[in-house]
Unconditional design. Structure first.
Lengths: 201, 201
DNA sequence: CCGACCCCATGAGAAATGTCACGGGGAGTT
DNA sequence: AACTCCCCGTGACATTTCTCATGGGGTCGG
């Protein structure tokens, strides 16, 4: 019997996944939470074998949760389950100690299979996603460049970004310019979009 | 027995929802498709009482599907099931003939309840979302302003938008300017974001 | 028919954005 | 110690964006 913890902020999806997984005789859902910062406590209380983690959650995100779990509860392995097959997500997931990575549009058998393999100690990733991750490479952005791009996400002006980050306006423009050339965009907006697509923000 | 059709592009989610709904004794999932343009045919073949439609799908989107169904198969009522509680989505859903609107983070009983009520002939919407929809009002954007905003989504320059839409560059700027003032943004990028949030694109 | 509103366009000025060259300071490597 | 790379800044320039005024043509309802 494999004990499972489910973490996803969308209640309906969480319940639906629980129902789906309950169809497998060797699975048992022992915990179900809607916030990233509730996972650790729930895991300690229920001792699951595998934690299924969405990335986008209130509190802390699934990737960070995977890091915490691998530190504090190494006997509970993490599987990231997310909508987005962003290369950077996979990379960060693996670096933070996750053992599996499944995207939400894969067939259901694949999820069950991934869970069993991870429970057995294997590592599981979508081979296609793994390939594009290797092809894309890791983020070329420096910490500051990333900060500035994140701040620019809402359509913020250079002056506002400068104020928010306690920088001079010229510096902000320089960082943006550097980020744009690294990402291969001719626009601030385009740079944000692309970096986001790669999972670099 | 209520016959259901499921349409969602994410296979895992679709299967999970099917599993969840199968737990209710009075529900029967008779069809399940992953593309908007497959819904009509499947509905004609299986004669469901209620069609559960995601908005974001390849082919045509769920809102358009609802329109088609209400025209061609009025005995099959549509329920929109989506992640985003965008005011504009709800409005368009209702205008296109959908009978229910449920967001993916509502509790599972609410979905079952909504399905039963819609099957019984009622209309069902999240009251909170309905309120913000009324507050937000319908889109103030003209068709062209919308087009330009959509084209600007990828971080496209004014010149490129002009080329794509066979307009002069100045005209594009004028439309963008109008859109920005209507939406309450001081940026092109911000305008795109806000209009998108409202579901106006 | 007239007003209202949308479509499309031009042009011009103010503001923001993107590029480039340059500099100094700090941390880590070789 | 020299080198590299990141951090932060300045200043100047070309380009783009945003605003505003203005105009013609179209459709639709009063």
């Amino acid at each position: 019997m494999i004990r499972l913890l489910l973490a996803d902020d969308q209640e309906l999806i969480r319940s639906a996944l629980a129902a789906l997984l309950a169809l497998e005789e060797d699975f048992e859902v022992v915990a179900s939470v809607g916030r990233g910062d509730e996972v650790a406590a729930a895991a300690k209380a229920t001792q699951p074998d595998v934690a299924l983690l969405d990335i986008e959650m209130p509190g802390i995100d699934g990737l960070a949760v995977a890091g915490v779990l691998s530190q504090e509860l190494p006997e509970c392995r993490s599987v990231i389950l997310t909508t987005f097959g962003r290369p950077g997500y996979l990379r960060r997931a693996m670096e933070s100690g996750a053992r599996g990575f499944v995207v939400k549009d894969s067939p259901p058998e694949q999820l069950a299979d991934a869970i069993r393999r991870v429970a057995a100690g294997e590592r599981v990733v979508d081979p296609l996603l793994a390939a594009t991750t290797l092809a894309t490479g890791s983020s070329p952005l420096t910490a500051r460049e990333r900060d500035v791009l994140v701040a620019a996400r809402a359509g913020t002006s250079a002056a506002e970004i400068a104020e928010k980050l306690f920088l001079s306006e010229g510096t902000v423009r320089n960082y943006l310019s550097a980020a744009m050339s690294k990402v291969g965009a001719r626009n601030r907006a385009e740079a944000v979009i692309r970096a986001d697509e790669y999972g670099w923000l």
